[in-house]
Ligand binder design. Structure first.
Ligand code: FMN
Length: 400
């Protein structure tokens, strides 16, 4: 029998039924997952970003931006946007306005890649920061500004005093995001980037108060969450984690214990401050059901499903799942109560009108992996065709 969360509006929820995500009234459950697209030349959101996000916006839909730099040391990809300078904030305003004009809600994903960077992306060519001084293994390659692939360098383990500065970068970036008009922010605590580098015991080898026990490894993420919640309000804040994903060597000896440790702390924070976060967003590695996801896999599919369900049942608030969901899997996830919302990455990249196509059960465009991270403002970015000949429209066919 379908299980419904206390936040659900109707009896049996569907992928296309409304959902109240705290202060936000969503008209359906199909979310744009954060996807790095490398079109923000020199860190500045361009007109192409406004076009891209507004193409994917629907009345009452929910979009999460690509990972966005919180300070000059955060980048590990070419031409990712930032949200730490006045110029960036002003540029984002045009993107947000274009999305709001379509009636959608948009959060900015706050991102620090930590050791998943290279000296070429760092101010003064210095070493990237991390929880550790261990580099990412040669199993992985970094995308360089010229399109070639390089080796991840040895990072610098950030000192305890510096950690407070990084927390402050998140706080200021969140305030900037609200200034730019975003409805909220998502803290990127997933996929082997800086926060995950603190969370995972396969990476974090610190001997101080930020390493070792689960409590210590959760300290950094909770400081960031607390600081951002205080600055902009917990109900404008979502958190993304991926305890079972080994992308960029982010392995943990007990993904379930780690996931639960984060969830229990988020639950406690919500009680303490008497406000729910906007949501928890968890990435599920799924290979068998729908080809390969972008992320690595750890454990069997059954284990992963159990982990997702345990986190979903433990977290007291809106739960977004992501990773390898098709239309059918999304419909099932919502109907069974496995999640409140489903985020789609690759399918949304290739189908600007994904929500309409899902509603009609129409054929989907195929994504082109080769243009995921290129810089052309149109090709592989805003030129994926709409179902409707009237380009840019998310309206159904007139015959329907
Ligand atoms: C090109 C590309 C870029 C991505 N960039 C980000 C990112 O910036 N932040 C993030 O949290 N996840 C990122 N992801 C992961 C997606 O949010 C999503 O979880 C993943 O693609 C799995 O979902 P899917 O099977 O629907 O594509 C990216 C994925 C792709 C394909």
């Amino acid at each position: 029998m379908a299980r419904t969360s206390s936040l659900d509006q109707g009896s049996t929820p569907s992928l296309f039924s409304p959902y109240k995500m705290g202060r936000f009234n969503l008209s359906h459950r199909v979310v744009l997952a954060p996807c790095t697209r490398c079109r923000a030349i020199n860190g500045i959101p361009q007109a192409a970003l406004a076009e891209y996000y507004s193409q994917r916006a629907t009345q009452g839909g929910f979009l999460i931006t690509e990972g966005t730099m919180i300070d000059p040391t955060s980048a590990g990809f070419p031409h990712v946007p930032g949200i730490f300078t006045k110029e960036q904030v002003e540029a984002w305003k045009k993107v947000v306005d274009a999305v709001h004009a379509k009636g959608a809600i948009i959060f900015c994903q706050l991102w620090h890649v930590g050791r998943a960077s290279h000296q070429v992306y760092q101010p003064g060519g210095s070493a990237p920061i991390s929880s550790t001084d261990k580099p990412i293994s040669k199993r992985w390659r970094i995308l360089m500004p010229d399109g070639s692939h390089g080796i991840y360098p040895k990072p610098r383990a950030v000192g305890v005093d510096d950690i407070a500065n990084v927390v402050e970068y998140y706080r200021i970036a969140a305030i900037n995001a609200i200034e730019a008009g975003f409805d909220g922010v998502e803290i990127h605590g997933a996929h082997g980037y800086l926060i995950d580098q603190f969370l995972k015991d396969g990476i974090n080898n610190r001997k101080d108060e930020y390493g070792g026990s689960l409590a210590n490894r959760c300290k950094f993420i909770m400081q960031v969450v607390q600081a951002v919640a205080t600055a902009i309000g917990a109900d404008r804040l979502g958190v993304r984690i991926s305890p079972a994903i080994d992308h960029l060597d982010a392995m943990d000896s007990s993904p379930l214990s780690l996931g639960l440790a984060v969830v229990e702390r988020l639950n406690k924070l919500q009680v303490d401050i008497r406000t729910k976060l906007a949501y928890l967003h968890v990435t599920q590695p799924r290979y068998v059901a729908y080809g390969q996801t972008e992320s690595g896999k750890q454990g069997s599919e059954e284990e992963e499903a159990r982990l997702m369900l345990t986190l979903r049942n433990t977290y007291q608030g809106t739960f977004i799942c992501s990773g390898g969901y098709t239309r059918q899997l999304g419909i099932e996830a919502i109907a069974q109560g496995d999640a409140d919302l489903v985020s789609y990455g690759r399918l949304f990249i290739a189908n600007p009108d994904l929500v309409l196509r899902f509603k009609l059960d129409a054929p989907l465009n195929k994504y082109n992996r080769k243009t995921f991270y290129t810089q052309d403002p149109v090709v592989g970015y805003t030129d994926y065709p709409f179902l409707n000949k009237e380009r840019g429209s998310n309206r159904p066919f007139s015959r329907l």
